[in-house]
Design a protein around this ligand. Structure first.
Ligand SMILES: Cc1cc2nc3c(=O)[nH]c(=O)nc-3n(C[C@H](O)[C@H](O)[C@H](O)COP(=O)(O)OP(=O)(O)OC[C@H]3O[C@@H](n4cnc5c(N)ncnc54)[C@H](O)[C@@H]3O)c2cc1C
Length: 341
């Protein structure tokens, strides 16, 4: 366990915001995590667990303790080739895309559509990450955690994680109460590919055969074309979630704006592309100081260099306001705002 005081957070968040935390603790093993939470170490509350910091917007210095899990290891736990599945596990501190690459090389299917999503393994069940018609909940078997109350270990099976759209029990009922230490994924050894998205299918076909590695490569190609690289321009991917509204609201809007993309959701509800709504309000490519809206993807807010977290937050408020005024739709942030606003 390593303890750092008054630590700059710039390299710990993909917006590249230059705030500080009073204290940061790097944890490498489950034993260290247990010791940390069962009272053997004294630390200052509040607590923030951080992975790659790719879904976080800091708006001020963090007056508390940041816990940075560095638990490593990718492992095949069980291989049932006859039944066509394999269980792999990875430590919370593993870079997510390293795990995806490893599984694709091994020929295990399930994670390939989620290639190149930034961040660490530990956040994947928290966020229920998703892309190109796939959500990670479809592959998660169980999640190993340590209670932040007393250091005890608890395993959550898939149902107990209460996964929803970019959501889970770790973001709602049990927020900040569990440190994810290891995640177990059930993958298939005879993959059936998900090419539901036309753009993905076309890209795969351009690469050649419909194989796991071509799906991964196609996803990487599309993402690299469409999304800003946080190494070059600070951002946290989609700043807002797509908007789930009642079918009545969606149908009324569709009548007014026939070109508006609308997707089926659970019964009685439809999903609107929030990026489209933001674009229609004229925000795409707009910039206020160094805080801006990406010129290719209106859902992504960016830091062109010296924006503060508050400036990015204020921009998001302006966007929310104008989308509400024009469409009556209340955008929900996907990015978690941490700090004083
Ligand atoms: C360019 C770009 C593209 C993106 N594209 C997508 C996309 O296609 N789909 C998608 O779903 N997301 C996307 N994202 C968002 C982001 O990558 C994901 O939400 C990712 O899972 C966040 O991982 P992280 O390790 O950076 O988590 P962080 O941002 O560090 O944390 C996110 C949340 O998880 C909690 N947390 C993190 N680790 C742990 C742990 N070990 N135990 C308990 N809680 C923990 C944190 O406290 C916080 O609440 C994108 C982001 C960027 C920058």
């Amino acid at each position: 366990m390593k303890i750092y005081k008054n630590i700059p957070l710039k390299k710990y968040n993909t917006f590249g915001l230059d705030y500080k935390a009073d204290c940061m603790i790097h944890i490498k093993t489950e034993k260290e995590a247990t010791a940390f939470f069962n009272g053997e170490v004294s630390w200052q509350k509040p607590l923030l667990i951080i992975g790659g910091g790719s879904n976080i917007l800091f708006t001020s210095d963090f007056k508390g303790t940041v816990l940075y899990p560095e638990l490593k290891g990718m492992k095949i736990e069980e291989e049932e080739t006859e039944n066509g599945y394999v269980i792999v596990s990875a430590g919370a501190g593993i870079i997510w895309d390293d795990l995806v690459e490893w599984t694709v090389i091994k020929g295990f299917g399930g994670l390939e559509n989620l290639s190149l999503i930034p961040g660490k393994v530990g956040a994947t069940p928290v966020q229920n990450i998703g892309a190109y018609g796939v959500e990670v909940r479809e592959s998660i078997l169980k999640v190993k955690t340590i209670s932040t109350d007393d250091g005890s270990m608890r395993i959550f099976n898939n149902a107990e994680c209460q996964f929803g759209y970019r959501n889970s029990i770790f973001k709602t009922l049990e927020k900040n109460r569990f440190l994810v230490t290891r995640v177990y994924y059930k993958l298939t050894t005879s993959p059936s590919l998900n090419l539901y998205y036309d753009s993905l299918k076309q890209e795969v076909n351009m690469l050649g055969k419909e194989t796991l590695s071509n799906v991964r490569q196609a996803v990487i190609n599309i993402r690299q074309r469409k999304l800003p690289d946080p190494e070059l321009v600070g951002n946290a991917g989609s700043f807002f979630k797509n908007s789930v509204v009642t079918s009545a609201v969606a149908d009324k809007l569709k009548k007014e704006y026939p070109e508006m993309p609308v997707y089926e959701e659970r019964e009685g509800y439809k999903k609107l592309a929030s990026g489209w709504l933001i674009d229609k309000c004229g925000w795409k490519g707009k910039r206020i100081g160094d805080a801006g809206v990406h010129d290719e993807q209106a859902l992504v807010l960016v830091n062109y260099g010296k924006a503060t977290g508050k400036e990015i937050f204020n921009l998001s408020q302006e966007i929310k306001k104008s989308v509400y005024e024009k469409f009556g739709v209340d955008l929900e942030r996907e990015v978690e705002v941490i700090g004083v606003i």
